[in-house]
Design a protein around this ligand. Structure first.
Ligand SMILES: Cc1cc2nc3c(=O)[nH]c(=O)nc-3n(C[C@H](O)[C@H](O)[C@H](O)COP(=O)(O)OP(=O)(O)OC[C@H]3O[C@@H](n4cnc5c(N)ncnc54)[C@H](O)[C@@H]3O)c2cc1C
Length: 570
């Protein structure tokens, strides 16, 4: 029996992303305002004594696991801190020029008007990792404790299924599951309210939504994968402040996909490609889609003579309104991407994540005022959401991703109708707006029977290490590190399926959907068959395997704290 230290806090935030950092800072501000109102007799509640607030983060530092585009809509940041620029918020540049390209195989059609959801004039281009680092400093200045290298590994419940905290991961367990000399047991952090802001496909969020049935009557979650590189290009190739979004090449019309190119200071550009993880072709590879995107003449021209600096990949919650779990239960709230707050049509989730965190903070103030941390008080979070601008924004685009599941043309017609009617009308949408991605993936036979299988999809894709890169080279540029002497954090629940059914039915798609070359089928000379090999130390924590595996037998759990990619400044 392992003896564990206990740490008692009032509020525990899991994950130092924009949602939770904004939440923690807003909580501090709101408590001060609340106490001032009580002192002045403007509010008849009680004063809230100084709360112990903590944020745990699995990365080695705040920002290390944060990957985004990013064009930032500052609406929520402005509400949190009206003078964010004066306070040193590290925005890189202002968007001065927007364009939308439809890419054919070799050509491009530039839309004469940029579709309204993709208009970004006056917004900011930034490294979200840097913004989080800065927000983390602001939190620490406000007296909030941040614990990097502390992955939340398990939820702690009381006998009434009320969430009472989180157990952090153990350190120093060898790959054979035996504690090593440097073993440190994880800590039980107890809190009156736990806020899960783990981002897309959070591992604790997955546990809690299942155990407490928070997805009952909701549509299945759907996800995309964003694959990104940071490049330095020659002066004059691409203007600072320019933003381009693309549709078309290399995605086929049945696959959700689109690219972005953002011009930052000093000739640095953020370039990336998003592929819906609800694609039907089992042979598709989202990393390769991105590499192919860069070979398009209009894109390759921008990168000509440039140098790739950094790489990253991360999943994105794409389903929006209909796929949001219940946002609360006794002792717990769900914010940001963990609760599907992202606007898939604008590919923006930073502002909604931050605002959701701020609404959660206001709910928590109410909970301390009434000294009630059950659903009775925490349900006000959902009410606050329903009467906020996030609701208006997300409800208007509620069918966006679902309509893409019926193909690109359905999506374009639906989106047009939605825009013309202010989100009131959509074209025909079946009752189930969204189908989980892993259920949509066809077997090889199904795909070939229904489609003209594009077996040449990647035939012309050569990794020349100048414009295009193989996964291993890319992963090297993600700065990934994990202590290899630890148990794999990628649990395959039945490896027999990999060697048999999955090999026959899908040709082991994990080898393709993972953007970090974690999964490999390797010949085993003893058994005479190909078996799965998991290179877990390559993992960039994108969670794609947990999402896209057609048998749902891959379970992503947190590795030892501090392991993973290094996206600082990206
Ligand atoms: C490639 C890409 C491009 C994007 N581009 C844009 C854009 O241009 N504009 C925009 O507005 N949005 C964009 N988004 C979306 C945006 O980045 C997210 O909506 C936003 O970051 C969500 O914030 P969050 O705080 O909910 O989660 P995250 O930003 O994902 O942060 C979660 C944090 O929690 C930590 N964590 C997770 N689990 C645990 C655990 N168990 N224990 C401890 N720590 C944990 C993670 O390490 C991470 O630091 C993009 C996303 C991607 C992937």
């Amino acid at each position: 029996m392992i003896e564990r230290e206990q740490l008692e806090l009032d509020v525990l935030f899991v994950g130092a992303g924009p949602a939770n950092l904004a939440a923690a800072l807003h909580l501090k501000n709101q408590i001060a305002e609340h106490n001032e109102r009580v002192e002045k007799g403007l509010h008849h509640g009680r004063k809230i004594e100084d709360l112990e607030i903590g944020i745990i983060e699995k990365g080695a530092a705040v920002g290390a696991h944060i990957l985004s585009g990013a064009v930032v809509d500052p609406i929520a940041l402005r509400e949190l801190m009206p003078d964010f620029l004066e306070q040193g918020c590290p925005m890189d540049t202002v968007v001065t020029d927007d364009a939308f390209w439809y890419l054919t195989d070799k050509g491009k059609i530039q839309s004469p008007v940029t579709p309204p959801p993709l208009r970004n004039h006056g917004k900011y281009i930034a490294s979200l990792s840097r913004i989080c680092e800065w927000l983390g400093e602001k939190c620490e200045e406000a007296g909030i404790n941040i614990f990097p290298e502390f992955p939340g590994a398990e939820m702690i419940y009381d006998e009434n299924e009320r969430v009472i905290g989180v157990r952090t991961g153990d350190k120093g367990i060898g790959k054979n599951n035996i504690p090593k000399g440097n073993f440190e047991a994880g800590v039980d952090i107890l809190a009156k309210v736990t806020v899960l802001g783990e981002g897309s496909r959070g591992s604790l969020t997955k546990q809690v939504t299942r155990r407490l049935n928070l997805l009952e009557d909701k549509e299945p979650q759907v996800f995309s994968l964003g694959v990104k590189e940071l490049w330095e290009v020659p002066e004059g190739n691409f203007d600072e402040g320019r933003v381009i979004h693309t549709l078309g090449f290399p995605s086929d019309t049945k696959t959700y996909g689109g690219g972005w190119i953002y011009g930052m200071k000093n000739n640095i550009i953020s370039i990336g490609y998003v592929t819906g993880l609800d694609y039907i072709d089992p042979m598709l590879d989202p990393h390769h889609e991105f590499q192919k995107f860069k070979t398009h003449p209009a894109v390759a021209e921008i990168l000509e003579g440039g140098k790739m600096l950094r790489y990253g990949a991360k999943s994105i919650n794409a389903g929006g309104y209909y796929t949001m779990p219940r946002l609360y239960a006794d002792g717990v709230l769900l914010v940001g991407d963990a609760a599907s707050f992202l606007n898939g049509q604008r590919i923006k989730g930073i502002h909604t994540a931050m605002k959701s965190g701020m609404l959660a903070a206001e709910t928590i103030v109410g909970a301390f005022d009434h000294q009630d941390f059950t659903s009775k008080t925490l349900r006000h979070f959902e009410e606050k959401f329903n009467s906020s601008w996030i609701y208006d924004e997300l409800y208007a685009v509620r069918n966006f991703h679902g309509s893409f599941q019926r193909g690109r043309w359905s999506a374009l017609i639906n989106t047009g109708l939605q825009y013309l009617t202010g989100g009131l009308a959509w074209g025909y949408m079946p009752k189930e707006h969204h189908i989980a991605g892993h259920e949509r993936m066809n077997t090889l036979v199904e795909y070939e029977n229904k489609n003209e299988a594009d077996k040449q999809r990647y035939d012309h894709l050569k990794f020349d290490k100048e414009l295009t890169f193989d996964k291993i080279t890319d992963v090297f540029h993600a700065g990934v590190s994990h202590d290899e002497d630890q148990p794999s954090h990628l649990h395959i629940l039945d490896t027999e399926i990999c060697a048999t059914r999955c090999a026959e039915e899908y040709a082991n798609p994990c080898q393709r959907f993972c953007p970090a070359a974690v999964y490999e089928m390797e010949q085993n000379d003893k058994t005479g068959r190909r078996e799965i090999k998991v290179n877990f130390s390559n993992c960039v924590h994108c969670k794609t395997c947990d999402i896209a595996d057609p048998y749902q037998i891959i379970n992503w759990v947190t590795p030892e704290g501090g392991g993973g990619p290094n996206y600082k400044g990206m």
